[in-house]
Design a protein around this ligand. Structure first.
Ligand SMILES: [Zn+2]
Length: 427
């Protein structure tokens, strides 16, 4: 990301010089001249003005309709694009070191939140594996000095083989006021015991008694129907065993449940069988430890993945997942962007941008995909203060060099990232 530093330094100098201006008596920063993409599928605003004060958006609109108050610091962004920061609706934070999982620590959580911020993923919903440090960070982020990604948490993933056992875990999470409750209803391609309908019904019942929505990991269409009937609020992965049918579409819409495809999760299961294209992508390399890349390129590791039955199955599952995404989107189902990044070799920050590419490949328009990763995501997840560029929301946004509506890969052309009005230092 080195090449980005130059314009950022210029902006920083510019802001500094304006602050020193004795005429300047306002806390307002005015971003002028950019095309503004609001995150709500609204038409982009060419030559827009966005006013920011105390970490929040004060006004957004056309240059004609939005007056820049006297004394504002003015940042000229002619030719640039402003869009809301990305929201990863399904990630995991702080549990990985190198290619090792199970290494959760406060330091790793903070490292990951800084990494995500540099990539423009300004909010992460961590669906499980969240200890006390994550809860503390979640509790202390609602202020205008925030300079890392926002975090929302599911706490401990709820497991157990009886209704009593799972109700206890839900209650423990509820005591920490987790934002979600997470369950896994999956037999991992026939290799493990699946949570029974009686047990997941108890989880959902107990979570709802505590006012907490339930996010469900699943794989099979039949389980999706069971979970929807039991009251799940959030489908946290694609249905991947077969194409969805009308019954599922009717059910998910009637229950007003949103759907998170996590296509990059499938990619991560098979892509290291050979050297992935992204190993030569500067946007990836700028943030990735070369030792990890070397380890992933080892011939023994590649051979193991080439021989893996589950890698083959998940490669096929990705094909079905993309088709289901298109069918569900076309039928008006609420889509949010998520990757399941965070575990080893699922690269946080980078994978979210690749997820956007896969969603477009699946047949969604860039406008739909950006909304799924910003405004709609916030709306469906109940994150009312973020997700779109509207008066009163936190100023979490990206400034891009090129138009992501022309080519979704332009979300990777990041000039700067802002969270609660603070510019994030990039590498
Ligand atoms: Zn997950």
């Amino acid at each position: 990301m080195l090449k980005r530093s130059f314009p950022i330094i210029l902006i920083a100098l510019f802001l500094l010089s304006c602050t020193d201006d004795p005429e300047s008596n306002s806390n307002i920063t005015a971003f002028v001249g950019a095309t503004i993409i609001d995150g709500n599928e609204g038409a982009p605003i060419p030559n827009g003005v966005m006013l920011m004060e105390n970490g929040r958006i004060k006004a957004v609109g056309t240059a004609k309709a939005t007056k820049v108050p006297n004394g504002s610091r003015v940042v000229n962004l002619e030719g640039k694009f402003i869009m809301p920061g990305l929201i990863n609706a399904h990630g995991h934070i702080g549990g990985t070191e190198g290619l090792q999982g199970g290494r959760y620590s406060k330091e790793n959580v903070e490292r990951d939140l800084a990494l995500n911020a540099r990539y423009g993923v300004t909010t992460i919903v961590s669906l499980g594996g969240d200890g006390q440090p994550s809860i503390d960070l979640r509790n202390t982020q609602n202020n205008d000095s925030l300079n890392r990604s926002r975090l929302f948490v599911a706490g401990t993933i709820v497991t157990g083989d009886s209704p009593e056992a799972v109700r206890t875990v839900v209650t423990q999470n509820a005591a920490n006021k987790t934002d979600f409750i997470k369950i896994r209803v999956d037999d991992n391609l026939g290799n493990t015991q699946k949570m029974s309908p009686e047990v997941y019904a108890a989880v959902i019942d107990e979570a709802h008694k505590n006012g907490i929505p339930v996010a469900s990991h699943l794989f099979y269409l039949a389980d999706a129907k069971g979970l929807l009937n039991a009251g799940t609020d959030f489908i946290a992965h694609s249905i991947r065993d077969q194409l969805v049918d009308q019954e599922l579409i009717d059910l998910i819409k009637a229950k007003d449940v949103y759907y998170c495809p996590t296509l990059m999760r499938e990619v991560s299961t098979f892509v290291y069988e050979s050297e992935p294209d992204f190993f030569s992508d500067f946007f990836f390399l700028g943030e990735t430890d070369p030792e990890i890349i070397t380890a992933l390129k080892s011939p023994e590791r590649q051979q193991r993945i080439q021989n893996s039955a589950s890698a083959k199955a998940y490669r096929q599952a990705l094909v079905i997942a993309k088709q289901n995404l298109k069918i569900l989107s076309d039928n008006g189902v609420k889509i949010v962007m998520g990757t399941d990044a965070g575990p080893p070799a699922r690269f946080q920050g980078y994978f979210e941008h690749k997820e956007l590419e896969l969603m477009v490949e699946a047949g969604l328009t860039p406008t739909q995909v950006i909304a799924a990763a910003t405004g709609n995501s916030a709306k469906y997840l109940g994150l009312e203060e973020i997700g779109s560029l509207e008066k009163g929301k936190w100023a979490d946004f990206l400034i891009l060099d090129s138009n992501p509506l022309d080519d979704i890969r332009n979300t990777q052309r990041i000039q700067s990232v802002w969270i609660a009005g603070n510019q994030i230092p990039l590498k």
